[in-house]
Design a protein around this ligand. Structure first.
Ligand code: NIG
Ligand code: FE
Length: 409
């Protein structure tokens, strides 16, 4: 009987293990052996124990990294917001469009009108782009339904995408994304609906792995987010928060108070907010695609995150309104160029730290024995190249749960 199902040879390994002498956990001329969908061995080729593999994968002098993890997307939606992009270029702001019933609500109309198959097909094409560029795990939020049926349908489409493609999909209920028009004068009743129906049903039907909310002047207040998070906790679901994106609403502190897995965006977070995240062990998820696309001049307090030891993840925030970004590598490039992360921080942010946001830190995100065999093989001369190039796609293969799938190269 062969020793391994797959053996990757003739390349270098960026393990991304935290406790490594260099930030990539580099093993030059390394091998990775896979068995039963897990990493069975990783190390230098000269130390490889004797054994046989069913499939040998020649890395042709390139690199293998953990499969990328996009821990914040709104991948499932109807329609697009191309017209609003044009309007913003003619002078309208994101907030003006939102207050005039466009913005998130225009995607809500298109999403409610779309059939399950239409939602699935649109999302599947976008997911194919992510997968071709090395993504093996993706988080998908609801939040464009804003009624019980459409929110649950979005989550169900997320689950179906995982089954249809073999990617690991983690779903998040974002009922508190915007106030739907039919509740315009009944805010409290909508928050009741989220707490008393959406969250319990999403939990009971195992459709959501976490609950998110949007704390912002154009979205929900701190008290409303508190209620949503208390309801999530009562159903045993972890929470995350869209926080301090356009204004400092005290979002980081609120997320920390609830022991949130992550606080996301954080352009306007204060030093006190950073300290609160550090004390709670909450991850900062940086979304440079949204900052770029909305031309936000504010940069998240990256230096303070480093100083206080707040782990930083990086994600695409793929959505039709504020970040139509279908490339994880461009997200890493923007994290470096706009937010001044190092390329190693950007890669850790899309692997090891992103796994932690999704509660998968013991299963994926590093190349380590017994972890899931979710890997990406790249035609690159150094792992910093993943953040360096703008456009192009050096991904030759991904390995998903031990199965080889072609990349975009
Ligand atoms: O993460 N911040 C709120 N939600 C999305 C934007 C959604 C939209 O505009 O459709 C975001 O940026
Ligand atoms: Fe988002």
């Amino acid at each position: 009987m062969p020793t391994w199902d797959m053996l990757l040879v003739n390349g270098h390994v960026a393990t991304m293990r935290a406790e490594s002498p260099d930030p990539y956990g580099t093993i030059r001329d390394g091998c990775v052996a896979v068995r039963d969908g897990r990493i069975a061995w990783v190390g230098r080729r000269v130390d490889l124990p004797p054994g046989e593999a069913v499939e040998r994968v020649d890395m042709r002098g390139g690199w293998v990294t953990p499969g990328l993890i996009d821990c914040h997307t709104h991948l499932v939606f109807g329609g697009d917001r191309i017209r609003e992009f044009e309007q913003r270029l003619l002078g309208a702001t994101y907030e003006e469009l939102a207050r005039a019933g466009g913005g998130i609500l225009s995607t809500v109309r298109a999403t409610r009108a779309a059939s399950r198959d239409e939602l699935l097909a649109g999302a599947r094409a976008r997911l194919a782009d992510l997968s071709a560029a090395g993504v093996t795990t993706v988080e998908i939020k609801s939040g464009y339904g804003l009624d019980v049926d459409t929110e649950l349908r979005m989550l169900d489409v997320g689950r179906a995408l995982g089954e249809a493609t073999g990617l690991r999909v983690v779903t998040t209920l974002l009922g508190a994304h915007a106030l739907p028009p039919e509740y315009a004068s009944r805010r409290e009743a909508y928050v009741d609906l989220i707490c008393q129906e959406m969250i319990p049903r999403a939990a009971e039907e195992s459709l959501a792995d976490a609950v998110d909310a949007f704390l912002e002047e154009i979205a929900f207040t701190a008290d409303e987010c508190d209620r949503v998070f208390d309801a999530a906790a009562s159903m045993g679901l972890p929470v995350r928060l869209h926080a301090d994106q356009r204004t400092d609403g005290g979002g980081a502190a609120l997320a920390a108070r609830h022991g949130a897995r992550s606080a996301d965006h954080l352009e306007y977070t204060s030093e006190a907010g950073v300290e609160a995240l550090a004390a709670a062990g909450t991850v900062a998820v940086l979304l440079p695609g949204a900052a770029y696309f909305l031309r936000d001049a504010r940069v998240p307090p990256v230096e303070a995150f480093r100083r206080h030891g707040v782990p930083m993840a990086v994600a695409t925030d793929l959505n039709p309104g504020s970040s139509p970004l279908r490339s994880p590598l461009m997200a890493m490039n923007m994290a470096c160029t706009l937010f001044r992360l190092t390329p190693a921080e950007a890669l850790a942010g899309m692997t090891r730290t992103a796994a932690r946001v999704l509660g998968l830190e013991n299963r994926v995100g590093v190349v380590e024995e017994s972890f899931g065999a979710d890997l990406a093989v790249w035609d690159i001369s150094h792992p910093a190249a993943l953040s360096y190039w703008m456009g192009g796609n050096p991904c030759r293969f991904v390995v998903r749960v031990g199965t080889l799938v072609p990349g975009g190269r």
